[in-house]
Design a protein around this ligand. Structure first.
Ligand code: 6PG
Length: 255
C-alpha cells in the first residue's frame, strides 16, 4: 500500500497556507497543460481550511476563470439548505472569487437521489467528451485534476461509509445511498474507481479525535483491521497527499 505524501503542519493556519499553495500550484500546472482545471470538492471542515484561497495573493494569482468545479459528494437536500455541500462551498469560497457560474457543476437538487446521481454522471460524461475533464488511461473513468476529500471519524471519505456496498461499485462513476449512517441519509457520491483515477487526491484531516483513524487509514496495520474507506483511496497513477495537523498526525508511524 502506498501511503502517499504526508504533509504534517504545525497548526491550522499553516495547514491552510500549505493547502492553498498546493491547490494553486496544481491549478497553474493544469491550466498550462490543458487550459482548464477540474476540481472536485467535499463538505465538512475542508471548505473552511481552503479559505486562504480567497485572500491575497491567491485571490489574484489563481486563474479562477479556468476552474471547473464539481462535488465528490453531496447531500440530497435543496441547494440553499444548511446541509448542502454546494451552499457550504458557495458561501465559504465560490462567492468570494471570480469563478464562472456556468463552470460550477453542482448536483440537481430537484431530483431523487438516484436520478440526481445518474444526471450528475451524465453531465460528467459530456465534459469528458469535450476534455474539460480528462479521461483516465488506465480505466474508462474521468481523471479529475484534483479531488479534495475530508475524512470522518469512522474513516469515511466522500459519502463512502465503512462496510457499505457502494465500496464495491466498479462501473458507475456517481452513485447514491439512502442509508447514510451520518445524517442526512440520502447522498450522492463519486465511487472509488473515480477517486482512484484522479491525477491528484488530497485528504485533509485535522484534530486529535481523528488521530487513531488516520493511523489506521495510512499505516501498515494488522490484516484484521476493518476496511476503512479512506484506506481504499489509492490513486492508480495519480498522486495522493494527506494534509494533517499535528494532533491528527500524532499516531502516525514514523517514515
Ligand atoms: C458529510 C461530511 C463529511 C466530512 C467528513 C469530515 O457529508 O457528512 O461532509 O463527509 O467531509 O465527515 O468532516 P470534518 O472535516 O468536518 O470532520
Amino acid at each position: 500500500k502506498d501511503r502517499g505524501e504526508l504533509r504534517i503542519l504545525e497548526n491550522l493556519d499553516e495547514l491552510s497556507t500549505d493547502l492553498a499553495d498546493y491547490i494553486s500550484e496544481l491549478s497553474e500546472v493544469s491550466v498550462k497543460e490543458r487550459g482548464v482545471f477540474s476540481i472536485a470538492l467535499s463538505g465538512g471542515s475542508l471548505i473552511g481550511l481552503m479559505g486562504k484561497l480567497c485572500e491575497a495573493p491567491y485571490n489574484k494569482t489563481v486563474d479562477w476563470g479556468k476552474w471547473y468545479i464539481f462535488w465528490a459528494d453531496e447531500r440530497v437536500v435543496a441547494k440553499n439548505h444548511a446541509d448542502s455541500n454546494y451552499k457550504l462551498a458557495k458561501d465559504g469560497l465560490l462567492s468570494k472569487v471570480p469563478i464562472v457560474p456556468s463552470h460550477v457543476h453542482s448536483i440537481n437538487d430537484s431530483l431523487s437521489a438516484e436520478e440526481a446521481a445518474n444526471e450528475y454522471e451524465f453531465v460528467i460524461r459530456q465534459l469528458v467528451k469535450t476534455r474539460i475533464v480528462s479521461v483516465s488511461d488506465v480505466s474508462d473513468c474521468p481523471k479529475f485534476d484534483l479531488i479534495l476529500l475530508g475524512m470522518g471519524l469512522d474513516g469515511h471519505v466522500a459519502s463512502l461509509f465503512p462496510n457499505h456496498s457502494v465500496l464495491d461499485e466498479k462501473n458507475e462513476w456517481v452513485t447514491f445511498i439512502t442509508d447514510s449512517p451520518k445524517p442526512p441519509p440520502e447522498r450522492i457520491t463519486f465511487t472509488l474507481p473515480v477517486i482512484n483515477s484522479a491525477s491528484n487526491v488530497a485528504v485533509v484531516v485535522t484534530g486529535s479525535s481523528k488521530a487513531e483513524v488516520v493511523h489506521l487509514a495510512i499505516d501498515d496495520v494488522e490484516a484484521d483491521c476493518p476496511s476503512l474507506p479512506a484506506r481504499m483511496v489509492q490513486p492508480a497513477k495519480g498522486k495522493l497527499v494527506w494534509f494533517l495537523d499535528m494532533p491528527a498526525a500524532s499516531k502516525v508511524d514514523g517514515p
